[in-house]
Design a protein around this ligand. Structure first.
Ligand code: FEO
Ligand code: CA
Ligand code: CA
Ligand code: CA
Length: 668
């Protein structure tokens, strides 16, 4: 069921990446040694704050680049909580000593004049004013100590859980389809702190002047080098500059100038008529996972029955107008969201910003598909704190790169079982291959506009490394390294394993750690390692950075990551293939406890854990509990979950917050 509604049954179809890019590690040119690779990007004792909030920090040079950077030191990690045991309970379970509450649920009023939620009498007009479905990315914009705005993505809809007797998009009522359109997008809501605790609550009274709903029908504009391109022009928008709505917004990011970056992911599933596009467009459609032989793919929501633009046979370019990073100003509810074309077009999973050593903005991005790629954008100009009019154009000009990873062990030692090679680690070096800078394309045979609109095809030509579903990518504010969650890839065969993706039939996923040269996000070379190969710790194919596996929590399908103030990695999961519920985990990255994974919370039946977000004061952790009750066979008459309201209620995707009962920092 997850497959049908979230990604249009992607797994049941051919993998869209049929490029002949290498699976095996290429032999390292120049025989870069392991020590040399470390020197190329070593972190040393590190470092200053590199978070999104500050100006460019002066990063220290590594003290001794020959020493393995991330294992050195005995840094205190501050993690003291007892792990939550794997379970299949239909509740949000937090570690002992913590409390949790629901902040906002599907259907809760967002705009002050929104009607109360009524499951059996829902309307599109009500939904457009209420909190949308399937909450994903969450981010926080403090307004003083006790007030804040919360941004939340609404990735997709589960129509068969939202409506009684729903069977397909073909037979859905027009009103149901319109509710679906209105339940996508995102929300801005105002929160207030509950007394002096780590708990936050939805503000439900008063003007709430910033509260906003963005939907699949909100007017947006294009900016950057591909805005106005022929490839973005349609009958309704002959100039190629205006588009309505955003689709399947999964993870995201926050800019230093306090705007949201929200990532359109599996947009391909919303269109019909792929068999009717001009012949010349078919290759690009196929590469983006759209059938060019079927008029109406099974499971399609049939938005085209309400808005003809979703029929590619009639409007072949409409799909090119989705799959972007969208920037939204949460402090201006009348602002027009902007699709930033300089960041490329693919199944964007997230967009994490950080500042380069010379003050420019870097954005890390994953393309969440089997055998897809890792990307980075670096702005041409510098970020200037306080000069927002300038900063607001930073994402329109810069260079888009794709990652190529090279292992440092002989290919014969990477056998697909997860067995470590003789040098003791899955690791190596890498390069960021430039694809496009402004109007200049680096890809032979493709214009800059084509590179930006058909980024996957450009990355194929550039020889990028095919990864196991690159999801969230985030930079650690303490050690400066960049962490990539690779959710899984059961399609990878033993013949296709390589050192960065070392396990065949990778059911449980892994985490990859990138150390940019000179710890500079603008670098074009890096070293990397795999500190975590997920699964049941009793399974010899798993690896927990060398930590004692009898003492770690089982973990499967890492999806989103974040950090606490000590630089510990927090990982949320999606699709736990070990038979228990998804959850949130913490893992120290430094010192003797590197690899000591512990589960902090579990989410209810059928849900994945999104977010996560640890507030700067370390007193609260937010998670988005997406698609509770999303199990095959579930329906409103037979719900698989009753979370969060309990009893016989319908499940409602919701954002929750957890805090320590004595006000201690998260993880204590
Ligand atoms: Fe929307 Fe890649 O998870
Ligand atoms: Ca190695
Ligand atoms: Ca995700
Ligand atoms: Ca996910």
């Amino acid at each position: 069921m997850t497959c049908q509604f979230r990604c249009g049954n992607a797994c049941a179809h051919e993998v869209p990446n049929t490029s002949d890019n290498a699976y095996f590690s290429d032999i390292l040119t120049g025989a870069l040694s392991r020590r040399g690779a470390l020197r190329a990007g070593a972190l040393g004792t590190l470092i200053a704050t590199v978070g999104v909030a500050g100006a460019a920090p002066a990063l220290a040079e590594p003290a001794d680049p020959a020493v393995e950077p991330l294992a050195r030191g005995h840094q205190k990690n501050g993690l003291r909580f007892a792990p939550v045991a794997p379970n299949t309970r239909d509740v949000l379970t937090v570690a002992d000593g913590y409390a949790s509450s629901v902040v906002v649920r599907w259907g809760d009023p967002v705009l002050p004049d929104a009607p109360a939620f009524d499951f059996d009498n829902q309307t599109a007009a009500a939904q457009a004013k209420q909190f949308g479905y399937n909450c994903d990315f969450v981010t926080f914009f403090p307004m003083g100590r006790d007030r804040s705005l919360l941004w939340v993505n609404h990735e997709y809809t589960d129509e068969n859980l939202m409506f009684r007797d729903w069977s397909t998009g073909d037979t859905a009522t027009v009103e149901e389809i319109k509710i679906g359109l209105a339940a996508h997008g995102g929300s801005v809501v105002e929160l207030e702190r509950a007394r002096d605790t780590g708990q936050w609550k939805l503000v439900t009274k008063g003007r709430r002047r910033y509260n906003r709903r963005v939907t699949a029908q909100t007017r947006m504009r294009f900016s950057g080098p591909a805005a106005g391109s022929d490839l973005l022009r349609t009958a309704a928008d002959p100039r190629g500059t205006t588009v309505y709505g955003m689709l399947n917004n999964c993870a995201g990011g926050t800019t230093p100038w306090k705007t949201v970056l929200t990532a359109e992911e599996n947009f391909n599933q919303y269109f019909v008529g792929g068999n009717g596009v001009p012949e010349a467009q078919k290759a690009s459609l196929t590469r983006y996972g759209v059938s060019t032989t079927t008029a109406i793919p099974s499971g399609n929501r049939r938005f085209d029955r309400v808005e003809e633009r979703f029929d590619l046979a009639k409007h072949p370019h409409e799909i090119n107008r989705f799959g972007w990073i969208v920037e939204i100003d949460p402090f201006d509810p009348d602002s027009t969201p902007v699709k930033r074309t300089a960041l490329g077009r693919f199944a964007h999973e997230g967009a994490t910003t950080t500042i380069t050593r010379d003050g420019r903005l870097a954005v890390y991005m994953g393309d969440d598909g089997r055998f897809e790629y890792v990307y980075k954008f670096v702005s041409k100009d510098r970020y200037i704190p306080g000069f927002d009019r300038h900063n607001f154009s930073l994402l329109d000009e810069g260079t888009l790169y794709v990652a190529k990873f090279t292992g440092d062990s002989p290919a014969a030692e990477i056998d697909g079982t997860g067995k470590l090679p003789s040098d003791g680690g899955f690791d190596g070096s890498g390069t960021w291959i430039p694809l496009v800078s402004g109007d200049r394309s680096y890809v032979e045979g493709m214009t800059a506009e084509e590179v930006l609109v058909y980024t996957r095809l450009a990355a194929d030509k550039a020889g990028a490394t095919k990864m196991d579903r690159p999801e969230d990518i985030e930079r650690n504010p303490v050690n400066g390294a960049v962490y990539v969650a690779l959710t899984n890839n059961t399609n990878r065969t033993a013949a296709q394993v390589d050192e960065p993706n070392p396990r065949a039939a990778n059911k449980h996923g892994h985490v990859l750690e990138i150390v940019e040269r000179r710890n500079d996000p603008a670098a074009t070379t890096f070293s990397w390692a795999v500190p975590l190969v997920c699964g049941d710790p009793a399974d010899p194919a798993t690896y927990f950075a060398g930590y004692d596996k009898t003492k770690v929590s089982p973990i499967s399908c890492p999806d989103n990551v974040t950090f606490d103030a000590e630089g510990n990695l927090w990982i949320s999961t999606d699709g736990n293939a070990l038979g228990s519920n998804d959850g949130l985990f913490a893992m120290p990255l430094a010192g003797p406890e590197r690899g000591h994974v512990r589960q902090f919370l579990t989410v209810p039946v059928g849900a994945e854990t999104c977010g996560p977000l640890i507030l700067d004061d370390q007193r609260s952790v937010f998670v988005a509990v997406q698609h509770p009750g999303e199990l095959t066979g579930a329906s409103p008459d037979a719900p698989a979950s009753h979370w969060p309201d309990g009893g016989s209620s319908q499940p409602r995707p919701s954002v929750a917050v957890a805090w320590h009962k004595q006000g201690k920092k998260i993880g204590s």
